[in-house]
Design a protein around this ligand. Structure first.
Ligand SMILES: Nc1ncnc2c1ncn2[C@@H]1O[C@H](COP(=O)(O)OP(=O)(O)OP(=O)(O)O)[C@@H](O)[C@H]1O
Ligand SMILES: [Mg+2]
Length: 382
């Protein structure tokens, strides 16, 4: 026990034996956690201690000490300061006269002890909170630093990868064209495979860089009607669909409201969604792209009639590098980054995306963006 505060006690006695004595008494409270009242300290000693051995021991101790210091305590009343069964300390009133305290003082002391206990507990909690806040801030700084290092790392690695890949591609093209001498058809075939793989790596590197950029929240927002957006993206989609003899059906109307988007990034969203739809559809099937008003939002759909996704895999497909393991994904390759990018771009625009699918029936990706109210806003990217 440490003396935290006292009042009415002679200043020159504060570090004397009386305090030590009280400390001893308070030590007893730790085991009893109930009030102690010695009405007559000297009497307790002479009568053998009210049949209370501990009190007698204390009284003896006191007697010894007060003998040394010439201080006499007549009565001592002490209450434990208890919070949730834990003794935090003790509150003590003392008088030089014996029998100084009655039931009224007892009640007063009980109430005061309860209030002080709560106050002490609150201040302890507050200290803990402050300490927690400091710890959290340190942890946050560490996370931010790790994030910065990761960004830097991805940027450096992608740069280092892109440069040699561009060389490989350029020299490959020269060889394929026959500019460096005649190339046999067998070599040409193999070179084309190398080419495809190089393209795939370049795309992967670009995807990783994109992910980084979206995370950093760099969007170039412009206002465009949902219809214009759909027309732009469906033209790109038609080109790749034609190769597979897949029809692109567009549902949209010029009267649709405007959205505030980074059109290049939105192009990427549709490229990925339509690209997937193409990958997982049979030749001759169709893909439907829709834009429609939906409350104060615009809803966009990319719908296919292909392979579908098993229900238990639906919540995983937006995860980084996740691919449903089937013949189609093995045949098409890919990195499993497309939908991660899609989701991040949409969320960076303040929107959200969902998927519904049935195996062998088809898949529909739906996402919603806010209609642009026309009011200049400071809507920023998360
Ligand atoms: N329209 C779809 N029909 C069926 N399965 C799909 C469809 N879209 C996505 N999937 C499933 O979700 C997985 C993840 O898609 P995601 O676009 O992220 O990766 P990926 O297309 O395999 O590779 P990447 O897009 O990086 O080239 C796919 O591998 C596929 O299993
Ligand atoms: Mg994809």
């Amino acid at each position: 026990f440490i003396l935290k505060a006292c009042s009415g006690w002679p200043e020159d006695k504060q570090d004397y034996g009386e305090i030590e004595y009280l400390t001893l008494l308070a030590g007893m409270l730790l085991t009893s956690s109930s009030p102690i009242y010695i009405q007559d300290v000297a009497g307790t000693l002479s009568t053998g201690g009210e049949n209370y051995p501990d009190k007698r021991i204390l009284a003896e101790k006191y007697q010894k000490m007060s003998g040394q210091k010439q201080i006499r305590l007549g009565s001592v009343m002490m209450m434990p300061l208890v919070v949730q069964d834990e003794v935090l300390g003790a509150l003590s009133i003392n008088d030089t006269r014996p029998h100084a305290f009655g039931p009224a003082e007892g009640r007063l002391l009980t109430i005061a002890a309860a209030q002080i206990s709560t106050a002490v507990q609150n201040s302890k909690l507050y200290d803990n909170l402050e300490q927690r806040a400091v710890e959290l801030e340190t942890a946050l700084n560490k996370v931010e630093e790790a994030h910065r290092l990761k960004t830097e790392f991805v940027e450096n690695v992608s740069h280092e990868l892109r440069t040699p890949l561009t060389f490989i591609k350029a020299y490959g093209a020269l060889i394929l064209e026959g500019s460096l001498g005649e190339v046999s058809s067998t070599v040409k075939e193999r070179l084309e495979i190398i080419f495809q793989k190089v393209e795939a790596i370049i795309r992967l590197v670009e995807d990783l860089v994109y992910l980084q950029k979206i995370e950093a929240g760099k969007l170039r927002l412009e206002m465009i009607t949902a219809h214009e957006l759909i027309i732009r993206v469906s033209e790109a989609a038609r080109a790749s669909a034609a190769e597979r003899n897949i029809e692109i059906v567009v549902n949209s109307a010029p009267t649709l409201p405007r959205v505030r988007v980074d059109a290049d990034r939105m192009g990427q969203v549709f490229d990925n969604l339509v690209g997937n739809a193409l990958k997982f559809s049979a030749t001759g099937s169709k893909i439907v792209i829709t834009a429609a008003a939906d409350g104060d939002k615009i809803k966009f759909l990319v719908q296919d009639y292909g392979l579908g996704i098993p229900a238990d895999k639906l919540d995983k497909i937006f995860d980084r590098f996740y691919q449903v393991d089937n013949a189609a994904t093995r045949r098409h390759g890919g990195a499993g980054l497309g939908l991660t990018i899609v989701k991040q771009i949409i969320e960076a625009h303040g929107g959200y995306i969902t998927v519904a699918s049935e195996v062998n029936k088809g898949t529909t990706f739906s996402f919603w963006l806010d209609q642009d109210s026309g009011v200049e806003s400071t809507h920023s990217v998360r």
